[in-house]
Design a binder for this molecule. Structure first.
Ligand SMILES: Cc1cc2nc3c(=O)[nH]c(=O)nc-3n(C[C@H](O)[C@H](O)[C@H](O)COP(=O)(O)O)c2cc1C
Length: 314
């Protein structure tokens, strides 16, 4: 059976993100995959309303779906997307992070948490992998949260990200076509995807640049000082993306390195087990609120004051 590979982009039509994505997909096609590609600009996509009916349903073991299911194209896309072995995402960098269209689409993934949908039999179990391509007009300095934000939005669909590529310094329309090395790197992403798909799931590894990023777990370039997490777990330093915990250590050649602690992957957001702890946290904090009538009444009373305040709007 052919591997199914889908490309999802949020870039301008016929421009840099689309071109790099197509280069990667062409390699997958040459190596026998069945390809689908969409540009999110072609679809009607609404913002998550924040109603949390999806997570409330999940915490009670019920499949509520998304409150917007019959109001836009998200569900139609997800039915195809979750039936893929791989998705390659490409997004333009706006203000250091992926564009709002990409984020709008991906934030709606919460209602499609694959661990939950698989558990209740709504979708087939699958070892999904993914690759990310971020495109920007500047250097990495001005794309500092692009790949990190992209990766963070893939967790709830359990895509194991095996490669990430940041195409820098291509601000103008289709300008990437002047850079053969960038097109070649995108093709390498396609080749990495096919190599990974042809590897037994348990043995699939990171295939991007070996030393990419600070975090040896998710390869993000984004570390922060640790603070107490839910139920007190704390590390000196955390990866802001996957949540790996550890500390900075100076190597023999005088460079700093992020070393993950022995228990540093206890809440690894790239794993379903790690995210499970966060589900427990939500059940505790959100569920604890909804199940306690006293808390709900107290909030309703205090809220009246704020509802009555009306500042001039535009
Ligand atoms: C609103 C806006 C904000 C942008 N912000 C950044 C930025 O912070 N960093 C960067 O490197 N490029 C930035 N860019 C440049 C785009 O990332 C760049 O044009 C890219 O090639 C767009 O991809 P596309 O051709 O696939 O649409 C910005 C562009 C726009 C329109």
């Amino acid at each position: 059976m052919k591997f199914k590979v889908m490309g999802v982009t949020a870039g301008r039509k016929d421009n840099n993100c689309e071109i790099l994505l197509k280069e990667a997909l062409l390699v997958c096609q040459e190596k026998g995959a069945e390809i689908t590609m969409i540009n999110l600009k072609d679809y009607d996509l609404l913002d998550c309303t924040g109603c949390t009916s999806c997570t409330m349903g999940m915490s009670m073991g019920k499949h509520t779906g998304c409150a917007l299911d019959d109001k836009d194209d998200k569900k139609k896309i997800m039915e195809v997307l979750l039936d893929q072995d791989t998705v390659i995402f490409s997004a333009p960098t706006y203000a250091l992070m992926p564009s709002s269209l990409f984020l709008k689409f991906m934030h709606r993934n919460l209602a499609y948490e694959t661990a939950f949908l698989t558990k209740i039999g709504a979708i087939q179990p699958r070892d999904r992998i993914g690759a990310l391509i971020a495109v920007g007009g500047s250097t990495r300095s001005w794309q500092s949260m692009a790949l990190e934000c992209m990766q963070a939005t893939t967790f709830s669909s359990s895509f194991k990200i095996i490669d990430m590529y940041m195409a820098t310094m291509v601000p103008a329309p289709a300008q990437v076509l002047l850079h053969e090395e960038k097109l070649a790197r995108a093709r390498e992403s396609g080749a990495n995807i096919m190599k990974s798909l042809n590897t037994p799931p348990a043995e699939r590894k990171w295939l991007g640049e070996p030393d990419a990023g600070w975090c040896p777990n998710c390869h993000s370039n984004c570390l922060c000082l640790g603070e107490p997490q839910w139920r007190g777990l704390q590390y000196p330093i955390e990866c802001a993306v996957c949540g790996a915990g550890g500390d900075l250590v100076k190597t023999d050649d005088g460079k700093w390195k992020f070393v993950i602690a022995a228990n540093g992957l206890a809440r690894d957001r790239t794993s379903e087990e790690g995210r499970g702890v966060h589900c427990d946290e939500i059940a505790d904090t959100q569920g604890g609120f909804f199940m306690d009538p006293q808390k709900r009444v107290a909030v309703a009373e205090k809220l009246e004051k704020y509802k009555a305040i009306k500042f001039p709007a535009i």
